[in-house]
Ligand binder design. Structure first.
Ligand code: DGY
Length: 327
């Protein structure tokens, strides 16, 4: 008999077809968001789950799921999964690294440019019928070319963002848990490793691409925002919670920094309503990896992890390698 799995959210139909060749699939094409108790009920008797970052897998949930063997997440970030608890319950977990690096880096630049050059603010003004005449000081923004880019979190996506800055003759400074090797730094537009404080003081544009964890919670708060140049921009592509949104709103309102571009928020999809009243912030609904090709690749990667794991093979993107080889 085929193993039973749950797909927690709507997904590309061809992925459901692929999964159906290997598993008895319970899908959710209506895209209902399951509460934790609903998830527990749905997962009874299931060996696997294909999930997105919107479901939380913690010790409390896992202890109610004796049949579960594998959580295949369709996202690179996995702060919604308690990997240590998974290991304790002998549940494998996987994510989808690499396939989204370039698309997410492209989007980082889109957000950075929209933020620095005030594109959405200008468009709203135009759509509101306010464009009566050209003016010398209309929507003055900040240059990207020749400026200093600061990247906090210099993993694969951070490096892809830094590489793109070569075309803009930018300098790159970065801060990361560990320093890259000299070859990686050279490829990332000769990125220079600096302390977080130096980065915040010197960068004209700060991009956040670090993973969320208890250690990175509020990496950017009131103190950090106060270190930034008043002309600087801040872009968060990583996760809500890395930035203290209340402190950011205060800084944007007081113009202690010039502008921000945010793809992620604390408590999303709810977000602080005060963002809506600010003109100097560009807001997008967590779409950095959302190109047609990349979302299909992410779904394919998650499916491949699930098929491998429940087929007795090592999933390519296993997050808890201590569970392999299986005992
Ligand atoms: C990721 O892959 O982590 C994206 O943020 C989508 O959740």
């Amino acid at each position: 008999m085929k193993p039973a799995i749950l797909v927690t959210r709507a997904v590309f139909p061809e992925i459901l077809q692929l999964l159906s060749q290997h598993f008895q699939v319970e899908s959710n094409q209506e895209d209902v968001i399951f509460s934790p108790p609903e998830l527990v009920t749905k997962l009874q008797g299931k060996q696997g789950v294909f999930t997105t970052a919107s479901a939380r897998f913690n010790a409390e949930l896992l202890q109610q799921l004796p049949d579960l063997k594998m959580i295949a997440q369709m996202a690179v970030g996995y702060d919604n999964i308690d990997v240590a608890a998974c290991s304790a319950h002998r549940v494998m977990a996987s994510n989808t690294p690499d396939v989204l690096n370039e698309t997410t880096a492209d989007f980082g630049w889109a957000l950075l440019m929209a933020t620095a050059r005030r594109i959405t603010e200008a468009e709203h003004w135009l759509r509101a019928g306010q464009w009566k005449k050209w003016s010398y000081n209309g929507f003055l923004g900040a240059d990207l070319h020749g400026s200093t880019l600061g990247v906090i979190g210099m993993g694969r996506i951070g490096q892809a963002i830094a590489r793109r800055s070569m075309g803009f003759d930018m300098k790159v400074v970065y801060h990361n848990r560990s320093r890259l090797d000299p070859e990686q730094e050279a490829r990332a537009n000769k990125a220079r490793y600096v302390s977080k404080d130096e980065l915040l003081r010197t960068a004209d544009h700060v991009v956040l691409v670090l993973p969320y964890s208890a250690a990175s919670h509020h990496t950017i708060g009131a103190d950090e925002l106060a270190m930034m140049k008043p002309t600087a921009t801040l872009v968060n592509l990583a996760r809500g919670g890395i930035v203290d949104d209340v402190a950011l709103i205060a800084a944007l309102r007081a113009k202690t920094i010039a502008a921000a571009g945010l793809d992620v928020f604390e408590n999303e999809p709810k977000f602080h309503p005060d963002f809506l009243s600010l003109e100097n912030v560009v807001l997008t609904p967590h779409i950095a990896s959302a190109s047609e090709a990349t979302r299909r690749a992410m779904a394919g990667c998650a499916a491949a992890n699930l098929i491998a794991a429940l087929g007795g093979e090592r999933p390519p993107n296993l997050l808890n390698p201590e569970l392999w080889p299986k005992s």
